[in-house]
Design a protein around this ligand. Structure first.
Ligand SMILES: [Zn+2]
Length: 163
């Protein structure tokens, strides 16, 4: 699993999203599907949506993406970016309620060279952070306790977003 394995390191760059499994786009496929729970879509808006990262850097790692299949800031309308940022803000609020993180990494990678895993569909990562990020990685008797499941995260964030 692609979780943090070294605590206390420098703040990481926003992680790349694993490539789409087919020739489709994971964001467009998720939007087109009617199964928001299965696709971990947390909120849909007219121009943007919020989705849980299935390959989280940390529990609570979400992405706000434009609805349209465009890969650069130049191609987006200001109202699209505005809605993406509203979702980023809603995510930060919800994550704060549900997880009380000490900080956030919020980042956009435009282009493969910049680390974008899905370079053709613009999205912004929101990753909750803790000092050293040890809260999610307690070691008990040499056994690493895995972070919560995506299902649990999804449910917690849905509740937190709803209020
Ligand atoms: Zn797309």
């Amino acid at each position: 699993m692609a979780y943090v394995t070294s605590a206390g390191a420098q703040p990481p760059a926003p992680p790349a999203t694993p490539p789409a499994t087919s020739d489709g786009c994971i964001f467009c496929d998720a939007l087109a599907s009617g199964d928001d729970r299965g696709n971990r879509i947390l909120r849909r808006g007219p121009k943007a949506f919020l989705i849980l990262n299935k390959y989280p850097y940390a529990s609570g790692h979400v992405m706000a993406a434009v609805n349209r299949h465009v890969g650069s800031l130049e191609e987006t309308a200001s109202e699209e970016i505005g809605q993406v940022m509203e979702l980023v803000q809603a995510a930060v609020r919800a994550l704060g309620r549900a997880y009380a993180p000490e900080g956030f990494n919020v980042g956009l990678n435009q282009g493969r060279a910049a680390g974008a895993g899905v370079p053709k569909h613009l999205h912004i990562h929101v990753v909750p952070r803790w000092s050293g990020d040890v809260n999610f990685m307690p070691v008990v008797s040499d056994t690493r306790v895995l972070p919560e499941s995506l299902d649990t995260t999804y449910d917690r964030l849905l509740v937190a977003l709803g209020s």
